[in-house]
Design a protein around this ligand. Structure first.
Ligand SMILES: Cc1cc2nc3c(=O)[nH]c(=O)nc-3n(C[C@H](O)[C@H](O)[C@H](O)COP(=O)(O)O)c2cc1C
Length: 305
C-alpha cells in the first residue's frame, strides 16, 4: 500500500519536503512514497507562476516522487499548466477539489467546484479529450471533499468521476462547511470503496497507527493508498510506524531526539535562507512552516513523541 504526504499550503513546500526526505526517507520503510505539492498558482496568461516553477524543478526534488497540484475550474488553464508540468518531467497532475477557503470557494474553485456538477463534468470531458491525456502517459488524479454541505452530495459527484479515466481518487471525507473539524465521514469512504473502480486513497484525521486500524475496520476492502497531512507534520516518523503496523511488526515510535532533529533542521534551513534570501519564496515557506507546526499542531491529538 502506498503512503503519501498530503499537500499543506505554507507547510510542505520544497524545503520541508527535502528535510523530511533526507531525515526520514533514507529507509524504504520511513519514506513517503509520494509528496503532493501544495496547489500552484497560474498567472493571467495561463502559465505556472515562476515561484512554483522554481519549487517544482526536478533537481530541487531529486530522490522524491512529487505530484504537483492545480486548483482551477478552467479546462484551458488546467491544460496549459499540465503541459508545462509534462515538459518539466511530471507524468501526473492532481486536481484540487477540496480547498474550503472562502475566497477559493467563492470563485467555484477547490471544494466550490463540487457545487457545479455540470461544469465539473464538462471540465473533465475537455481535459480528457486533449492530446496531453489521449496521446501521452500523463495522468490526472483528483483530491476531493464530499461536497459543500451534505456528505450525500458525493454520490452524484462520484458518478461524474466514474465516467472518466481518473488515475486516483484521494478522498478527504468532509464537506466544505466542516472545514477541518468534526468527525470524518468514514461511511462515505466505505461507500466510495464499493462504488468506484478508481484507485482510492484515504485521507483525513489519520494521526496515529490506531486511526489507520480504525479506518481499515470500517472499509469493505483495503484502499490503494493512505495520505497523511497534519499527522505527518507533527509526527514525521508516521510513515515508518504505519508500514510497521501493515507488516504486523512492532511499531517503533518517534523519539524526542528525532523530533528535535527534524525541527532543528527546519529552523536552521529557515535561518540560512532568510539571512541570504535571494527571492521572496523562502519567507512564506520557512516562517509558515515554523509558525504552523507550532500553532496548527497544538490542536492535534498526542503523537507518540
Ligand atoms: C494548513 C493546511 C494547508 C493545506 N493545503 C492544501 C493544499 O494546498 N492542497 C490540498 O489539496 N489540500 C490542502 N490541505 C488539506 C490537506 O491536504 C488534507 O487533505 C487535510 O489536512 C486532511 O488531512 P489530515 O487530517 O491528514 O491533515 C491543507 C490543509 C491544511 C491544514
Amino acid at each position: 500500500m502506498k503512503l503519501y504526504f498530503a499537500p499543506l499550503e505554507g507547510v510542505t513546500d520544497v524545503y520541508f519536503r527535502r528535510i523530511h526526505a533526507d531525515l526520514f526517507g533514507t529507509s524504504p520503510m520511513g519514506k513517503a512514497d509520494e509528496y503532493f505539492a501544495p496547489f500552484l498558482s497560474i498567472t493571467q496568461d495561463l502559465k505556472i507562476h515562476e515561484r512554483d516553477l522554481h519549487a517544482l524543478a526536478k533537481e530541487k526534488n531529486a530522490g522524491m516522487h512529487v505530484v504537483p497540484q492545480i486548483m482551477t475550474n478552467r479546462a484551458d488553464a488546467f491544460l496549459s499548466a499540465a503541459r508545462q508540468l509534462w515538459d518539466l518531467g511530471y507524468d501526473e497532475v492532481n486536481l484540487n477539489l477540496g480547498c474550503p477557503s472562502g475566497t477559493v470557494v467563492g470563485k467555484n474553485r477547490g471544494a466550490g467546484f463540487l457545487s457545479e456538477p455540470d461544469m465539473l463534468d464538462r471540465f473533465f470531458y475537455t481535459v480528457f479529450s486533449d492530446p496531453l491525456f489521449t496521446s501521452t502517459e500523463m495522468r490526472l488524479s483528483v483530491k476531493s471533499r464530499l461536497g459543500m454541505v451534505d456528505p450525500d452530495e458525493f454520490k452524484d459527484i462520484l458518478e461524474i468521476y466514474n465516467r472518466y479515466p481518473i488515475s486516483e481518487l484521494i478522498l478527504h471525507p468532509r464537506v466544505r462547511k466542516e472545514m477541518y473539524k468534526g468527525d470524518v465521514h468514514t461511511d462515505m469512504t466505505a461507500y466510495t470503496s464499493e462504488h468506484t473502480t478508481i484507485p482510492l486513497c484515504c485521507n483525513g484525521d489519520l494521526f496515529t497507527v490506531r486511526d489507520v486500524d480504525h479506518l481499515f475496520r470500517a472499509l469493505p476492502k483495503e484502499p490503494h493508498a493512505l495520505m497523511f497531512g497534519r499527522g505527518a507534520v507533527s509526527n514525521p516518523n508516521l510513515f515508518l510506524e504505519v508500514r510497521q503496523y501493515l507488516a504486523k511488526e512492532t511499531v517503533t515510535p518517534l523519539t524526542k531526539e528525532q523530533l528535535w532533529q527534524f525541527s532543528d533542521a527546519l529552523c536552521r534551513d529557515a535561518q540560512t535562507r532568510l539571512s541570504g534570501a535571494a527571492y521572496a519564496v523562502p519567507f512564506k515557506g520557512a516562517l509558515g512552516i515554523l509558525d504552523r507546526i507550532v500553532c496548527r499542531c497544538r490542536a492535534l491529538p498526542k503523537t507518540s513523541a
